[in-house]
Design a protein around this ligand. Structure first.
Ligand code: GDP
Ligand code: MG
Length: 197
């Protein structure tokens, strides 16, 4: 197909581990309803044992950059966690289509946020992104066991029907957030490989 990865395989001189020419730059959108824990997840990424962190935004919180070395490969991830379903569907907003990975977060304690996550997955699938990009459905707040209203099986079933990946996390107790970070990169690598084949 004529599809090309929009921001992969570009180089960036700010890569920390030297060898700037070997750094893969990935753009990651963290999507979901207000209050599901998007910013909390990104904050956990910033303090993960896996990486050097580098906050390009300083005062505002529009954009976070992290560097990560995984299986000898160096990655620079730029994370955006402020987009909404409205910006996703806005034809004027072209930045939404240029991401390498989409992380769609809901709170497992709030069914309304799960429904919003499904709306977002619907749009991503309509645009063909679930076939060509890394898309991960994330049920956050797994620490709130007694308030759970979305079961693991139900969410897994939805993830299968939208052809995306699925994980449950707790940003509050830092459970599975490192795994999510690694999953984002490995899913991008998988999609690149599938597009080559
Ligand atoms: P955002 O609007 O999606 O960016 O959500 P925030 O990251 O601002 O989180 C909204 C609220 O949920 C805050 O009070 C967080 O402390 C809380 N929160 C985020 N993640 C978790 C989690 O995994 N467990 C619990 N119990 N609270 C969380
Ligand atoms: Mg936020």
């Amino acid at each position: 197909s004529s599809y090309t990865y929009p921001s992969c395989i570009s180089t960036d001189t700010s890569c920390l581990f030297g060898q700037e020419d070997r750094c893969t730059h990935l753009k990651v959108l963290v999507l979901g309803a207000v209050g599901v824990g998007k910013s909390s997840i990104v904050t956990q990424f910033m303090s993960s044992e896996y990486m050097n962190t580098y906050d390009v935004s300083q005062d505002d919180e529009l954009e976070k950059t992290i560097f990560l070395l995984l299986d000898g490969e160096e990655y620079e991830l730029t994370l955006f966690d402020y987009h909404t379903l409205a910006t996703l569907t806005d034809p004027e907003e072209d930045s939404m289509g240029s991401a390498d990975a989409y992380v769609v977060v809901y709170s497992m304690t709030d069914r309304g946020t799960f429904e919003i996550a499904m709306d977002i997955l619907f749009v991503l699938r309509e645009r063909g992104y679930t076939a060509t990009r890394a898309v991960i459905l994330v049920g956050n707040k797994s620490d709130l066991v007694r308030s759970r209203t979305v079961s693991t099986n139900e969410a897994k079933t939805i993830a299968i029907s939208y052809e995306c990946n699925f994980m449950e996390t707790s940003a509050a107790i830092n459970h599975k957030t490192d795994d999510l970070l690694v999953r984002i990169v490995s899913q991008v690598r998988l999609k690149i490989q599938q597009l080559k084949d």
